[in-house]
Design a protein around this ligand. Sequence first.
Ligand SMILES: [Zn+2]
Length: 460
Amino acid sequence: MNLRLYDTLTREKRPFVPGDPSRVTMYVCGPTVYNYAHIGNARPVVVFDLLFRLLRHLYGEDHVLYAANVTDVDDKINLKASREGVEIGAITARYLAAYQQDMRSLGALAPTFQPRATETMDAIIAMIARLIHANAAYEAQGHVLFDTQAYGDYGALSGRSLDDMIAGARVEVAPYKRHGADFVLWKPSKPGEPVWDSPFGAGRPGWHIECSAMIEQALGLPIDIHGGGADLIFPHHENERAQGICADHAGGGYARYWLHNGFLNMGTEKMSKSLGNVALVHDLLETAPGEALRWALAGSHYRQPLAWTEDVVAQAKGALDRLYGALRRVQGVKAEAVGPPDAFMDAILDDLNTPKANAELFALAKALETAPVSERARLKGQLLASGGLLGFLQDDPERWFHAGIDPELSARIEALIAARIEARSAKDFARADEIRGQLTAMGIEVMDSAAGATWRREPA
Ligand SMILES: [Zn+2]
């Protein structure tokens, strides 16, 4: 059983072999913090959290280093700050805190490092200086540009040729650029924008250089896995790769594997402000448990496009109801300390085949419900271990079914159930039935078992 991952650069699924199994490294491009994250922003977070958890399972928790950056210098941040008349730090602090809380609610573990552009400025400037020294970058009119002609492999990641890119460039090329495809490493700040001193003049970095400098500083080159959404392949990752390789004197390369998750669409449409269909994680969490949103994001294969609909969320909730239901029926059984079964591991090790892995969760739940008593402890252990590896099923089943129910209502339901038990033990069955009728009218289903009564909100 070996992990195989689809590498965007070589366009094939290949065995994952880290440079050093005692220090596996992964970098994923993170958010620009100027607004609440939408569900499309959350997809790579959940996908690469799955991979982070799997790597920790395979190599040990202390042997996997995961860095995801926070872009806190950006035109959109500047614009928002100037509109509100505050410093950019006030905007980024507000939305970074919201982002971290939302991603926690989706069950994403905190990355090992969350470097910020503003705290990486020395490394960014040093890397630009090295690129100039290596003749891979040039200064022009207060800008520093990467010279795409200096790097023969430019375009390999995205499968584009430099000639096509230049021929296809519809926008007028800025006069300070030698070639149309050259991109900005450093630029002068406009009045009112944040500014840093540098050997190339006062200004601020371009976006692409930030990731390469952070990767080098936080993890060291080359890294094992570089990830992000498919929309980042070009130009962002193409540019990162070019500057990262050209700045690396040791010549060890930039990233061993490039992984990209597919797009998330709102049903059949692209998510966009102009269509008014932007779904914020923050708002979705008001309507569904974070774990259900996580399932909805992780349930289809990560490389496939995902059509986000209310149905996808309802199905995710239903899937977790089934699994938590199976766990609730064996609450009295102590789970055996076992790992996930082979069939589950085979699925997840095959380029994170979550549809197949989830099917194995259902197979385990079914087996658990029909197994003889002697096998339940093992099956329960396997279901919990498999679910846990994906960041699912770690909640108390009872709590899962009561999540989202107002505590006051919950207390009233508990009181009615207690009264019903009392009526039944006093053999006042008319009263017991009356209470059950009251609960049904409230949309609450009561389930009696040898261990006592449990309840849940009836599925809509
Ligand atoms: Zn990046």
